[in-house]
Design a protein around this ligand. Structure first.
Ligand code: NAP
Length: 333
């Protein structure tokens, strides 16, 4: 059952799958001290769930419906391929569980709004796992930009791409909602939304579609009031690239690895860097000793315990934007 306001015990998680990202987003943060435990792991294959549980000392395992019935699970971490997110999140909410769902939660704004409404009715928290924003370094930069550090924001430019080599990767499956936009472009759209006065309008989309029917590279142009933005995403980038540039009326900011403020200490400095241009009111740099995933899980556990469920934190807006871009991509094919 969902936690009650004021409760401070660690959040008891059920994992909705046995994939790769759970190691970063759940297990490592818990080893580092996040107030959470893993009470159950579900898999499509019971034997895989058992083996996964045994390796990580998780007390119980089984199938997805078993997870929903567990009274010792407060919250579900959903990290299946993209196409499963919305359905599992909705089933979890209906079972009275809080949800931490991997990005992107969905691209159907009506269905996502219904999920948020259901979460409000059931008094549970639904959070989309854009972990980068949970890191104090990034949160500080975003707050400074919103506070006028470069004057009024006029232009945002984002690149996020990497060379996906595995031919059987779920990111190449159209059925599972793969593609560059859904894998990495969604981060750029999320960042742009944080820096624009209102939900941006999509003014142009170009995509290169691969043989499996997903966009291997996508370029999205957006406008919101006086702000123009461009988001470039790729699964066929010759090398890893992750950067952003924000230009305002009084200055500019270059961000290296804005979506990966991951590793602590000197490693974080190597990965994430904010270069404030002349004319900016650069804030004092803020570093955190932990990964962004650790901050994300800490915040989720804290908000569950405190009964801070919010109103969906723009989750439906993000789905609306993704839905619009996907629609334009289909039209352009
Ligand atoms: N936040 C981040 O930094 C980050 C990084 C990477 C990925 N992600 C997101 O996390 C999600 C999972 O990514 P991942 O890299 O962890 O993927 P993955 O290693 O391929 O794991 C996905 C898991 O989903 C389950 N699953 C359910 N239906 C499936 C299907 N039809 N085909 C394949 N697997 C299925 C599988 O578990 P069972 O076989 O046990 O059912 C599988 O282990 C994606 O939405 C991705 O966008 C986020």
């Amino acid at each position: 059952m969902a936690g009650q306001a004021g409760e401070t015990r660690p959040v008891r998680l059920g994992l909705a799958c046995t994939g790769w990202i759970a190691e970063w987003a759940v297990h490592q943060p818990i080893r580092d001290g996040s107030p959470a435990t893993v009470a159950f792991v579900a898999s499509r294959d019971p034997a895989r769930a058992r083996a996964y549980a045994a390796e990580r000392a998780i007390p119980a395992s089984g199938a997805w419906p078993d997870l929903l019935d567990r009274p010792d699970v407060d919250a579900v971490y959903v990290a299946t391929p993209n196409a499963g997110h919305l359905r599992l999140a909705l089933e979890a909410v209906r079972a009275g569980k809080h949800v931490l769902c991997e990005k992107p939660l969905g691209h159907d704004p009506g269905a996502v709004a219904e999920l948020c409404a259901e979460a409000r009715r059931r008094r549970v928290l639904v959070r989309e796992a854009y972990h980068y924003r949970a890191h104090p370094a990034l949160a500080g930069v975003l707050a400074a930009l919103r506070g006028g550090a470069v004057g009024e924001v006029r232009r945002v430019e984002v690149h996020y791409g990497w060379p996906l080599e595995r031919a059987d990767d779920v990111r190449l499956s159209a059925e599972l909602d793969g593609g560059a936009l859904m894998d990495v472009g969604c981060y750029g759209l999320d960042l742009v939304r944080r820096l624009t006065p209102a939900l941006p309008e999509v003014t142009g989309v170009r995509a290169r579609t691969g043989p499996t029917g997903v966009d291997l590279t996508a370029e999205v142009r957006l406008r919101s009031g006086p702000v123009r933005a461009r988001v470039w995403a790729s699964l066929r980038s010759p090398a890893f690239v992750c950067d952003a540039r924000v230009t305002g009326t009084e200055g500019s900011l270059g961000l290296s690895s804005p979506f990966l403020p991951v590793l602590p200490g000197p490693e974080a400095t190597r990965l994430f860097r904010a270069r404030w241009g002349p004319g900016t009111r650069a804030p004092a740099p803020r570093e955190g000793p932990f990964t962004s995933y650790r901050y994300q899980l800490d915040a989720f556990a804290r908000d569950v315990a405190a009964g801070e469920y919010g109103a969906g934190e723009g989750i439906a807006d993000q789905a609306r934007l993704l839905g619009q871009v996907r629609e334009r991509m289909r039209g352009a094919r």
